[in-house]
Write a new protein. Structure first.
Length: 111
């Protein structure tokens, strides 16, 4: 649940930093975060399992494509979120991953 709120706050922040990403309301960012979590838990895990060999051969770049596709799917589910291009979704995916990694490492150090 904490990850959803971190993603929501990150989306609000990144909409000001990354050109091509616009968020109309905090509720839209929250809906985006929920859909992204659902897609990552279901479709994303399945695709990462199936594409394990491709991921190995591409040195992890296939995961970036899967994450970008999950972001694009979540974008299409919510009206208040607009991501202009696939490249913008890649930048957003990298930024969201870095922020999530920072907070998960911070939480692990505290425990």
């Amino acid at each position: 649940m904490l990850n959803i709120f971190i993603t929501t706050a990150s989306m609000m922040l990144l909409s000001y930093i990354i050109p091509g990403v616009s968020v109309s309301t905090a509720w839209a960012a929250l809906g985006f975060s929920i859909w992204l979590a659902i897609f990552n838990a279901t479709i994303g895990r399945l695709l990462k399992f199936i594409g394990c060999a491709i991921n190995f051969l591409s040195l992890g770049l296939f995961n970036l494509i899967i994450n970008t596709w999950m972001i694009t799917l979540a974008d299409r589910m919510i009206e208040g979120i607009e991501i202009k291009s696939f490249f913008t979704a890649i930048l957003l995916g990298i930024a969201l991953s870095l922020i999530a990694t920072y907070f998960s490492n911070k939480e692990a150090r505290e425990n």
